[in-house]
Design a protein around this ligand. Sequence first.
Ligand code: GUN
Length: 288
Amino acid sequence: MVATIIDGKAFAAEIREDVARHVARLSEEHGIVPGLAVVLVGEDPASQVYVRSKGKQTVEAGMASFEHKLPPETDEATLLGLIEQLNNDPKVHGILVQLPLPGHLDEDLVINSVDPAKDVDGFHISNVGLLGTGQKSMVPCTPLGCLMMLRKHHGSLSGLDAVVIGRSNIVGKPMAQLLLGDSCTVTIAHSRTKDLPEVVRRADIVVAAVGRPEMVPGDWIKPGATVIDVGINRIEGEAGKTRLVGDVDYESCAAVAGAITPVPGGVGPMTIACLLANTVTACCRAHG
Ligand code: GUN
């Protein structure tokens, strides 16, 4: 079997066009410009790349982008003060604090200081609870992007066996909640799972979100299954060059799967497209 490649880059471009149309209408008909504030503490190179990309795509969609770059030694009171200011700023509809934060800052405290209505990451404990109980919430961008690709490829996901590898708060747990919401039978596998290959072999849908390069080989995949690869890992390639790989071994998995997302060009672009969509959603809810 040769797997269908799920083109996240093209799908993300469609979503961004929808967002831009919606933003233009809000601006022309109501004089409202959705605004996204991104807060980066420190100088982590990967985070700097993500933040730059988020800012650029926000502006390209016609929205206002507010970037706040704080030095690595920023204390908690200063960061919480900035978040308070953004919570109270009517021009800001979405707030994203880039993770990971430097070790001296309490990540849970910071996340939970963002107004849940502006929490476009969906990480605030209220949004986590709303998602877990199937109520209207802000949904974390990466799992939302994965769900949209799965729905586009499959139509209904009802009754399918889904295995999520990884139990992070950012991806694994919300991904499992979303799949459950679409009536999948969901297993969350992790580093302590007994006989992981057997568990993965049962799945019609595999979502790999562990952050370990090429960890899932093709012989773990049920023929015809759909594989969503959330991993973005930089590894040494040929001639000392680095290259990006996912959490699944692409070649061997693509030979068995029915459909697969590439890295790059799969989940990554969908995450930012969903962030823009969440910002428009937050703006619309704020304005009734
Ligand atoms: N770091 C890695 N992924 C994410 C994300 O989705 N949101 C935020 N805020 N930080 C991240």
